[in-house]
Design a protein around this ligand. Sequence first.
Ligand code: ZN
Ligand code: FE
Length: 257
Amino acid sequence: MSHIDMRQFMCLEDNYGVIIHDSVTGATASIDAPDADAVEKQLKKFGRQLTHIFTTHHHADHVQGNAQLKEHYGCKIIGPKAEADKIPGIDIQVSGGEKFMWSNREIFVHDCPGHTLGHIAFSIPGEFSLFAGDTLFSVGCGRVIEGTLEQMFHSVNQFKTLSTSTYVYCGHEYTEANVKFALTIEPENKALQNRFHAVAAMRARGEMTCPTTIGEELKTNPYLRCDSPEIRKNLGMETATDAEVFAEIRTRKNNFK
Ligand code: ZN
Ligand code: FE
């Protein structure tokens, strides 16, 4: 039986915050720190002391709460070695392929270059959870800013090997716009059509559409479906590689209004 509790909340404009807490050891980690006041409000609400921050990448909307939270809680900050010089207060530097113990659990680190060059994701196989930052979104993926489209293809597609039951926690609530775009390239996908209606209803009620699951993403996320015959036909790329299809989809999304 798991003693881990995960609380996800919205902050800033469309960022997700997540606080994970082990009720046995008391260990409490914030996944990124988009907004220190919003994280502290959640901690106080549930009576928790922050022991760690897991940082996915250096963008301000993921690290700007680090300094305040470290000052108030003395928490340890674990983040990407490749961009350690840009992560305020970093204590422990990690890279893809490494694992470390947190509250008696193995946490795996995944390299995800593309959105930023040093971007990492964290997974806890024992809890069927992935914290993907701005790499994999629900029905989408992050904008390729520092790396190449080819790097982002591999960064996103590595998650296909995780258990389909894995919960995916993302950096932003972008699902509604992502589904609208995905339907333009794979309109006949029934699972995607169903997702469109479900997501529209959830957003109308002001609900969060994440966490999603790897299983759901495999059925609906175009960036994990570069081998879909329908997508390939619609893009006129029947004989292209999956990486080329990925690059075309991501490029079209940049121009999608
Ligand atoms: Zn970012
Ligand atoms: Fe972000």
